[in-house]
Design a protein around this ligand. Structure first.
Ligand code: GLA
Length: 481
């Protein structure tokens, strides 16, 4: 270790990290917890110094999330129930007048990138890590009409496993949004940051609904949140004592920007909205979300489920059939209803299955919140049951599971979980299980034995793949005193 390195360590040790967020905070997060001990910050600071021969001016971090219930319904306008996890994206930053943005990552798999502040462009055909960062930069630049942007140097360090359904990409977008705001000496509310980052992540091509960015900014330690949209708001949900949430990674990677699965579901929900709206005599052209349709019709979720049964058929709809029902041309269908990466991908749409999932899942979220609020003695098994129903619906109706996720859910239930389900977009990634405290040890042992140990690749990933989690704090900016 060089003399510089020693000095740096000593310097850092005598300093304490100080919270400088310019955002209004009820409960400032515990930064030591957010960055999971000083060593990580220390290593990042050293990496920054080695790379740029200067020290960071400030740090920003944004957490990943685990969604407890409410899958694939945020983009339909429905409330979801996630919590932030301890794992996050942490960035060290300095600013300058170089008119360039320099990005580096502590993970050698992710290459350095440099661009001019005047050319912040995102290549959605090629979803590299730094394009997620640039989404955040561009989003804040547009939101605040920043011109010119300040130049910056940044090293990013992530502790959220990539492509695991724990929202590493959105955390990166959110972290970049915060970095851009602070580097340009601006101040924006958390709600605006969340909405801006949700919007700008779409530059990479996925039509996500805003859950990930919202919880990354609005999370508070110790509480899960009900996230509602239009207008965006977050309400505390106190989880019952007596059970712990455990995340288990199926070790099947799913990058939603690199495939069209996700956007196909968004499009199927959009078509279902329009078909149901048309059949009910509404002006369907402006209707985009199943939630908007419910509002227009003024019906309960139960009645919406009845409408789905009455109007839609379980056989997939062909493009021709949809065009006929809506009275539109194939060209209008392609340009106005399909999204860029679904143009050529699908010929048939499962409207009945997708709409049934969405309305039933939206009801399960509300029920989950109600059970947490009233906290009956039966809360834990009731919540577990809702999680199991959610997984079954994701698997059978929404078809966003995969054999490994289903196997892992089965193992988790046999190992003592009261509820277990895929979390996040699915098609790989993680499960979340609710486990009574007294069964934790044997649960972890059994899942290790049955899912991870028999497979060398999974066994190698075990350490970062199976862990308990508590509701963590939201995104923040800090510096050293
Ligand atoms: C991804 C999206 C979210 C949400 C989930 C599925 O994480 O970014 O907006 O749609 O998938 O619930």
């Amino acid at each position: 270790m060089s003399a510089d390195g020693l000095q740096l360590r000593r310097l850092f040790n005598v300093c304490t990290v100080q919270y400088i967020s310019v955002l209004m905070e009820k409960n400032p997060p515990n930064i030591k917890v957010l960055i999971s001990a000083d060593q990580r910050l220390q290593r990042l600071k050293e990496a920054f110094h080695v790379k740029y021969e200067e020290f960071p001016l400030f740090y920003a971090c944004a957490p990943g999330r685990v969604n407890l219930i409410g899958e694939h319904i945020d983009y339909c306008g429905y409330a979801v129930l996630p919590m932030a996890i301890e794992q996050n994206i942490l960035a060290a930053v300095s600013v300058n007048n170089s008119q360039t943005i320099h990005l580096a990552n502590t993970d050698p798999r992710y290459k350095d990138f440099t661009t001019s502040i005047n050319e912040v462009t995102i290549d959605r055909e090629n979803p590299q890590w730094y394009y997620y960062f640039l989404c955040g930069v561009k989003g804040i630049q547009e939101q605040l009409s920043l011109s010119p942007l300040t130049g910056l140097r940044c090293v990013v360090d992530g502790s959220i496993p990539a492509s695991s359904g724990l929202s590493s990409s959105s955390a990166l977008v959110c972290c970049a949004g915060l970095v851009t705001m602070e580097a340009n000496q601006q101040s924006v509310s958390k709600v605006t940051l969340a909405e801006t980052c949700a919007r700008c992540e779409r530059y990479i091509g996925t039509e996500g609904g805003g859950m990930d960015q919202s919880i990354s900014f609005l999370a508070e330690e110790g509480t899960a949140k009900l996230i509602e949209f239009n207008p965006l708001r977050a309400t505390d949900v106190k989880l019952p004592d007596g059970a712990v949430f455990v995340i288990a990674n199926s070790c099947v990677e799913m990058n939603k920007a690199a495939s069209s699965h996700f956007n196909i579901r968004v499009v199927e929900c959009r078509i279902a909205t329009k078909v149901l709206g048309k059949v009910r005599g509404l002006d369907w052209t402006g209707l985009q979300k199943l939630g908007e349709l419910q509002t227009e019709l003024g019906l309960s979720l139960e009645k919406m489920l009845g409408l789905v049964e009455e109007v839609l058929h379980p056989e997939p709809y062909s493009r021709d059939e949809v065009c006929k029902i809506l009275g539109i041309t194939a060209e209008y269908f392609s340009t106005s209803i399909l999204s860029a990466n679904t143009q050529h991908e699908v010929s048939h749409f499962k409207l009945y299955q997708r709409a049934r999932h969405v309305y039933a899942e939206a009801a399960r979220v509300l029920r989950f919140k109600a059970v947490c609020d009233s906290a009956p003695a039966t809360a834990v098994p009731e919540l577990g049951q809702l999680m199991n129903q959610s997984h079954a619906s994701c698997r059978d109706l929404y078809e966003c599971s995969c054999p490994e996720l289903d196997q892992l859910v089965d193992i988790c239930l046999q190992a003592g979980a009261v509820g277990s389900r895929l979390t996040g977009a699915g098609w790989g990634g993680c499960t979340v299980s609710m486990v009574p405290v007294e069964r934790m040890d044997s649960f972890l042992r059994t899942v290790k034995e049955q899912y991870y140990k028999p497979d060398a690749r999974r066994a190698a990933l075990l350490k970062q793949s199976l862990f308990t989690t508590r509701p963590g704090g939201g995104a923040t900016i800090f510096t050293e005193e």
